[in-house]
Design a protein around this ligand. Structure first.
Ligand code: ADP
Ligand code: ASP
Ligand code: MG
Length: 411
């Protein structure tokens, strides 16, 4: 007997035929006494379509004042897919029950549209599994202490699945998606991207954080916390995928970098001409943090002409550009800034790899690859195992391919 958690993403359940196929696939893998929890996302582009509906009311629906209603809206997507998948199991003769985030006991923080899981009480799930049912659980959603639905951020069904696997001490956690594993770059952008057999939580978390949308970053953290190997694989084929785990177990070639990640959903803010004195950066970033807006790259530069003023430049997630602009306009006015400039046609390209720790010259190779293609670098930021460059959005494809060629073409 095994207790297994399987998650199917939006493209895997995009139509009722696909939902029936998911049910068939789960049953064909299931041993008679296996206990199975299937976590699903909303069908196809449903979440985007729901956001589109909200934009019909206000072009900027990601504002603090709408956040609760956005969650009320977005959680309906997963409610549709769980009901249909449970019906598909029943049609195939397998007893099944659909459960919402609330019913699976998923308690979250109250930060609407980007909640964090606080705890899971899986008693209902266990009771249903013990009665022989397949449990079909809604991904992406939980409830807060007020009983209100809260979503976990885009891609949050990955995190739901890994967290449920952790809470149940499941034997396996599989993430079924439209690619057959994790590649050295998004295979939709880089034709010669290479599939990995394994990747560490450490490197995958950095890839995900820097935009590799195949896994939500938080899901990798949760996997690491519970030390659950996560198998990312294709819904449509049987080929083994990629295992995300603590350490490499086989001789993967000693790549200096593991992959190239990119992020198009970035917006750049420049607050021009603020006083060059203590407390200014604090005022800017505290006001963004009060509005629950995450800031990514940050640069502050002194002006040569007038050392009494400085420019503060940073990036935020594009969804929050309207809310960030409102906050920053207020702060800029209070600080007597010359102005605020927002650019949305930017993107971030990054290299990731624990191997770069002991390898000098990696940054130079990355910048050289960009220079050869005439890609200008606007901002550079680094972490222990990554280097990121902010560039023009229209040059993203060229940049990702050039960097991938530089590091992967000669192996
Ligand atoms: P799902 O709906 O199953 O959650 P997602 O669209 O969220 O699927 O994630 C799968 C997609 O992630 C792939 O189609 C691929 O384009 C993208 N992706 C980005 N970076 C990578 C990568 N390094 N390896 C594999 N896929 C990637
Ligand atoms: N349906 C949600 C989204 O599109 C959650 C998920 O797919 O993981 O972001
Ligand atoms: Mg996803």
């Amino acid at each position: 007997m095994a207790l297994v958690v399987k998650k199917f993403g939006g493209s895997s359940v995009a139509t009722t035929d696909k939902i029936l196929n998911v049910a068939k696939r789960v049953l064909s893998d299931k041993q008679p006494d296996d206990k199975v929890v299937v976590v699903v996302s909303a069908m196809g582009d449903t979440t985007d379509d729901l956001i589109g509906l909200a934009q019909g009311i206000d072009a900027q629906p990601y504002q603090a004042s709408y956040a609760r209603e956005m969650d009320m809206l977005l959680t309906t997507g997963e409610q549709v897919s769980i009901a249909l998948l449970a019906m598909a199991f029943q049609k195939l003769g397998q007893p099944a029950v659909s459960l919402t985030g609330s019913q699976i006991g998923m308690r979250t923080s109250s930060v609407h549209t980007k909640g964090r899981i606080l705890s899971i009480d899986p008693s209902r799930v266990i009771q249903e599994l013990d009665s022989g049912k397949v449990v079909v659980a809604a991904g992406f959603q939980g409830i807060d202490k007020f009983g209100d639905p809260v979503t976990l951020g885009r891609g949050g069904s990955d995190t739901s699945a890994v967290a449920i696997a952790g809470a149940l001490k499941a034997d396996t956690c599989e993430i079924f998606t439209d690619v057959d594993g994790i590649y050295s770059a998004d295979p939709r952008i880089v034709k010669g991207a290479r599939k990995m057999q394994e990747i560490t939580y450490y490197e995958m978390l950095e890839m995900a954080r820097l935009g590799a949308g195949v896994m939500q970053p938080r899901s990798v953290e949760v996997g690491q916390y519970f030390n659950i190997p996560i198998h990312v694989r294709s819904t449509f084929t049987d080929t083994p995928g990629t295992i995300i785990r603590e350490d490499y177990t086989m001789e993967e070639k000693g790549f200096i970098i593991r992959g190239v990640a990119h992020d198009e959903k970035v917006a750049k803010f420049a607050i021009l001409g603020v006083p060059n004195q203590p407390g200014v950066a604090h005022k800017v970033f505290a006001s963004l943090s009060d509005a629950n807006i995450d800031v990514d790259m940050i640069v502050q530069s002194i002006r040569n002409v007038d050392q009494n003023i400085t420019d503060i430049v940073f990036t935020v997630e594009q969804n929050y550009v309207g809310e960030a602009k409102r906050v920053i306009d207020g702060v800029a006015e209070k600080l007597g800034a010359i102005g605020v400039v927002v650019e949305e046609d930017v993107a971030k390209v990054s290299i990731v790899g624990a191997g770069m720790l002991g390898a000098p010259g990696v940054a130079a190779r990355m910048f050289g690859a960009l220079a050869k293609q005439g890609v200008n670098i606007d901002i550079i930021s680094t972490s222990e195992i990554s280097i990121s460059c902010l560039i023009k959005g229209e040059q993203l494809r060229t940049a990702v391919n050039a960097i991938h060629d530089e590091f992967f073409s000669n192996d």
